[in-house]
Design a protein around this ligand. Structure first.
Ligand code: FES
Length: 313
């Protein structure tokens, strides 16, 4: 989407749902209707820091005059969620791309909705719609604790709901097996942290693939079919490492025994940011601001556009 297709939207309200999650209501500057959307849709916002971020829409999208999103302050955030929390105050104007939906509800007889943490946002939007239409669904909502659970009361009010808190303990995570042991007829929608989605993907392997739907914001393509190999030289050691066509820089450095830090590995969190010493970069992340692109690179997704790269590692 081009910059000129973006809407200027004003924060009309903000509300802390938990100590880390804030709900923002955005209206069109000057008022008026907004493009409609369906449950599961997201908008892309240029956050006050300049970093682009995608957020699922929570409100009813049939004839919206506002967009409602919830943002969790990520501990690693250097530009996106922290800047929304700190700098998107009531009255702040943000540039917003119209809703898109890669996580559309299909028509089915019943649904199993699974939300983990802030991943509840598209799931809640679906639950509200299914409830309004009187369609059967079960919601499983996993979080650390009641205090860290956004929309807890509303979720508790659904007829068929399991809310599970694991206290951050890996041994206490919810056991989904009973729901997946026998392939069912329901369509499964899952959004949450990577381990949750990986777990659902793993235990639903014997289900028809088209019944299992995931929303991850890892839509940034890490490796593309036409990618070529190139070399990255680490300025501090002088070591040169070949980056194969089918590996990211981060993966290839790790393969070569170099220590690297990362988190999302999808160009969205900012953790793997490196200084670029030399080279022409094909930037594929959603983190770097325009003015940073000449001398920084997110090594989890970006590659050389042509020639080789030298990074300050
Ligand atoms: S690890 Fe998150 S942007 Fe690279």
């Amino acid at each position: 989407m081009n910059a000129e297709d973006r809407m200027q939207m004003e924060v009309s309200a903000r509300e802390d749902l938990t100590s880390h999650i804030c709900q923002f209501t955005l209206v069109k500057q000057g008022g008026g209707d907004l493009p409609a959307f369906t449950p599961g849709a997201h908008i892309t916002i240029e956050t006050p820091s300049g970093a682009m971020r995608r957020y699922s829409l929570v409100n009813d999208g049939s004839a919206p005059t506002e967009y409602v999103i919830s943002v969790k302050r990520e501990p690693e955030s250097r530009g996106g969620s922290a800047s929304m929390h700190d700098d998107a105050q009531v009255g702040t104007v943000l540039s917003v791309e119209a809703p898109e939906n890669d996580f559309e509800l299909v028509d089915a007889k019943s649904y199993l909705l699974i939300g983990g943490g802030i991943g509840i946002t598209p799931i809640l939007s679906m639950a509200r719609k299914l409830k309004a239409e009187g369609k059967p669904f079960q919601l499983i909502y996993c979080t650390r604790s009641a205090e860290e659970t956004a929309y807890l009361e509303e979720c508790q009010s659904f007829d068929n709901v399991i809310i599970h808190h694991d206290g951050g303990d890996i041994d206490e995570v919810y056991d989904f097996w009973d729901h997946f042991e026998e392939p069912g007829k329901e369509h499964v929608y899952c959004c949450g942290p990577a381990p949750l989605m990986e777990e659902i993907e793993a235990i639903s392997g014997h289900w028809p693939e088209q019944q299992i739907h995931f929303e991850d914001f890892n839509a940034v393509s890490v490796v593309r079919d036409d990618d070529k190999p190139f070399n990255v030289t680490l300025a501090k050691s002088g070591r040169t490492i070949e980056i194969p066509a089918d590996r990211s820089i981060l993966e290839a450095l790790r393969d070569a025994g170099e220590e690297t830090v990362s988190s999302c590995e999808s160009g969205t969190c900012g953790t793997c940011k490196c200084k670029l010493v030399e080279g022409d970069v094909d930037h594929r992340d959603l983190v770097l601001m325009d003015e940073e692109k000449s001398d920084h690179i997110m090594i989890c997704v970006s590659r050389a556009k042509a020639g080789d790269l030298v990074v300050d590692l």
